[in-house]
Design a protein around this ligand. Structure first.
Ligand SMILES: Cc1cc2nc3c(=O)[nH]c(=O)nc-3n(C[C@H](O)[C@H](O)[C@H](O)COP(=O)(O)OP(=O)(O)OC[C@H]3O[C@@H](n4cnc5c(N)ncnc54)[C@H](O)[C@@H]3O)c2cc1C
Ligand code: HEM
Length: 409
């Protein structure tokens, strides 16, 4: 379910459009990778500043964003021609929050439209993209675009900002080295938009890199923003297997110091945590996926929650485990919380399980809400284990740190 209430824009295609979209979906689906690749190449050729200053060029190099965009349009169109399928409101909500955190505005949808439709004609050929076909897919695009614009405008309005004006320039006031190699950055803030913030959200951070590009990345908050501080932890990504080191994470880890200015958005994110104090909660993470969970634990500590909280974390070893000491303190600060750990290499850590996280070892509280964050493989595996053990899928809420190719589909 969307965390932002029902989406208002109409969801019905005219019958003639339904027939055309149903007939051409397999062809568009079979060619969608080629279409999205050409779309991005055309768009960045015409508007290079979008790749330098808005889109994540690491994701572009890996193809992750292309696949996410393709999967989202295919899922949306499939729902339009078969409304008995589940409504894609989770998909739209995730995209809308990501767009809002980047300050995307309605006028930019025409740029995407122009280059996406030119790419469709390039790939399928003008003889296939007849007037009827173009009209029907136009309608699909604008229905999706209008729904996203509507959601994004509601997010801006609810945050009390002009559409797209989500960035503040803040001063870094704290920087701490975590023993795991992550760095913890604190930016003091008294932004009015932080009122009514929910835990588990993320900010976008904009960094000007040595080549002058301003690259934006998201970082989950590990502080409760009621404390008047935005705090996030960044794990630098090392080069490996022919892939280069992460650009922004390494820049932050090696260059960002207290006193520096940093562009930082107000928080967004659609993990449904508004009611988190009221019932049992299970927080499941791996690696740097711990960050939204620690943010939630800070909030629960500040609210003095007495509800049952089960915290499960998996990592390669105790030394790699980010924010480990703080996680332990936060769990110890709650009267009804337990922490279970899994390490592939536990060393002399006697209170951890050896190996990968396995839910058969855990008593899961009845009626709990589940929050899961880690790599795509980890999140998929945990979600499958939960569903196999009888947990209703609607209670399982996942966050991914890469463009979402599978939760969307
Ligand atoms: C909602 C959300 C919350 C997040 N929260 C956190 C958090 O709390 N903490 C945190 O540390 N991270 C978090 N992330 C991830 C973060 O936003 C960044 O993605 C991460 O820091 C890596 O960014 P980077 O610029 O260092 O890497 P990038 O430069 O973007 O590289 C990313 C990957 O792409 C590979 N790559 C780049 N170029 C190429 C190429 N040419 N060929 C092949 N591979 C290539 C790199 O090797 C690397 O593995 C979050 C992400 C999201 C979406
Ligand atoms: C109907 C039109 C659109 C669709 C279907 C769409 C879809 C998506 C999807 C699926 C994602 C990935 C979400 C995730 O992280 O899982 C995304 C991210 C993004 N979108 Fe859109 N989008 C649309 C329009 C736009 C427009 C108009 C812009 C601005 C020019 C834009 C800019 C971005 C950017 C910058 C990202 C983040 C990229 C990254 O982190 O790699 N999008 N979009």
């Amino acid at each position: 379910m969307s965390t932002f209430g029902p989406l208002t824009v109409d969801h019905e295609l005219q019958p003639a459009h339904v027939d055309v979209v149903r007939a051409t979906l397999p062809l568009v689906g079979a060619n969608i990778d080629a279409i999205t690749q050409i779309f991005y190449a055309r768009m960045f050729d015409a508007r290079p500043e979008l790749l330098r200053n808005l889109f994540n060029r690491g994701n572009q190099a890996q193809g992750a964003q292309q696949r996410a965009l393709a999967a989202s349009i295919a899922t949306y169109a499939t729902h339009l021609v078969d409304p008995t399928l589940p409504h894609p409101d989770e998909l739209l909500s995730r995209i809308g929050h990501k767009h809002a955190s980047l300050g995307i505005t309605a006028d930019q949808y025409s740029i995407v439209y122009e280059h996406l439709f030119a790419a469709i004609v390039d790939v399928l050929g003008a003889e296939t993209v007849t007037t009827e076909v173009a009209e029907a897919w136009d309608r699909v695009y604008w229905m999706m675009a209008n729904t996203l614009v509507d959601l994004e405008n509601r997010l801006y309005e609810s945050a009390g900002v002009v559409a797209g004006q989500v960035f503040h320039r803040g001063i870094v006031t704290t920087r701490t080295e975590d023993p795991s190699g992550a760095v913890v950055i604190g930016v003091t803030c008294d932004w009015p938009e932080l009122r009514n913030n929910h835990p588990g959200r993320y900010v976008s951070v904009g960094i000007t890199l040595p080549d002058g590009a301003r690259q934006i990345r998201q970082y989950s908050l590990i502080s409760d923003t009621d404390a008047g501080e935005v705090t996030f932890a960044v794990k630098p990504i090392a080069a490996s297997g022919g892939c280069p080191a992460g650009e922004v994470s390494n820049w932050i880890a090696s260059r960002l110091r207290t006193g520096d200015l940093v562009d930082i958005s107000i928080p967004f994110g659609d993990l449904p945590t508004a009611e988190i104090n009221t019932g049992p909660t299970v927080l499941i993470s791996a690696g740097i996926g711990i960050t939204p969970m620690n943010g939630i634990l800070e909030h629960l500590n500040n609210r003095g929650t007495r509800s049952e909280v089960v915290v499960l974390h998996a990592d390669r070893s105790p030394a790699c485990h980010p924010l480990r000491a703080r996680q332990r303190q936060l769990v110890d600060g709650l009267p009804n919380a337990v922490l279970e750990l899994w390490y592939e290499e536990p060393g002399d850590c006697a209170d951890a399980h050896q190996g990968r996280l396995d839910l058969t070892f855990v008593d899961l509280p009845e009626g709990a809400s589940f929050y899961v964050c880690g790599s795509s493989g980890f999140v998929q595996a945990v979600r499958s284990q939960l569903v196999a053990s009888g947990v209703d899928q609607s209670r399982v809420h996942c966050e991914l740190f890469a463009p979402d190719e599978w939760l969307l589909g």
